[in-house]
Design a protein around this ligand. Sequence first.
Ligand SMILES: [Zn+2]
Length: 334
Amino acid sequence: MGFDNLLSNSKIKKRLLSYLKSERIPHSLIFSGPSSANTYSFAISFAKAINCLDEKEDFCDKCKHCIEINKEIFPDVKTVYPDGAYYSKKQIKELVSDNAIKPMKGEKKVYIITDSHLMNEATSNSLLKVIEEPAQFNVFILLTSNINGLLPTITSRCQNIKFTPPLKIEIERQLIANGQEQEKARVLSYLINVNMETILSSNHNELLEKRSNIFLVFEKLIRKKDIADVLLDLTHRSRSREKFIRYFIELVNLMIILLRDLMVLKIDTDSETIINIDYKKNLKDLSKLITINKTLFLIKQMELLFRDISRNLNSKVLILEFIKNFTSQEERNV
Ligand SMILES: [Zn+2]
């Protein structure tokens, strides 16, 4: 294990390694890039490299510190998430008061602040205080998919590192190099990106199982059969907002991939270029039940749903909107 196992962004790896080598680690960094760019994996890897007991300029993933960081029980590496739609005053206040406390076990304390753009002006200004005067033993890594959502006073005081998502083909090649079959590697390259997981740590069978479950949902929706079951399942899942959103993003993503496959099959029934090549027969059958216009309409609607998710719409509204797109006769707005 180590930085070599992280996909893409090799220039950034070099930059982070050079910080470790020179022992001049910036106190505040911004990792910006789309959610699929894996900024979290880089941040947690950097936190491990800073605190690893065995490796100086990398991380081993085997020592006590690395293991505890992976289990999220290492006291000096903390990942914070917004408490609700935005970070609360209390959360940032805690960070500020924590700033003065020395690390308990590690070399440095590392705070990974996810979705750091989700702060209002008052909380941003509190955070600014620690970024302006960080204790020597602290490293703040602000993750964001929307750099413009951060105050310029914050961005100007941080090392801003811009990430790009890995290409599907890079993921596919990596999977094949790791011994995965070519056919599965293609499917997985899409699923892995969706789940933002790294190649080695992700459980491929689990991902394929998730896809087969979501495919069943897709079949019901296209056949307009047992829609009530789909509705019930989603409603059930929506009891936990956080888990629901994670599932819903996967669901909508996969719907787009499956709809694109249907689209390809509608144009060329023998196409070998579909992603879910192992589901070709089922997809071919389904493609007969839907028009090209409706397929295009659905792809567009699914993409719009992503915008709705990021707008933090109520789960119930998201579910109804999702189902309605499949059940309605509507094909316009293409
Ligand atoms: Zn280690």
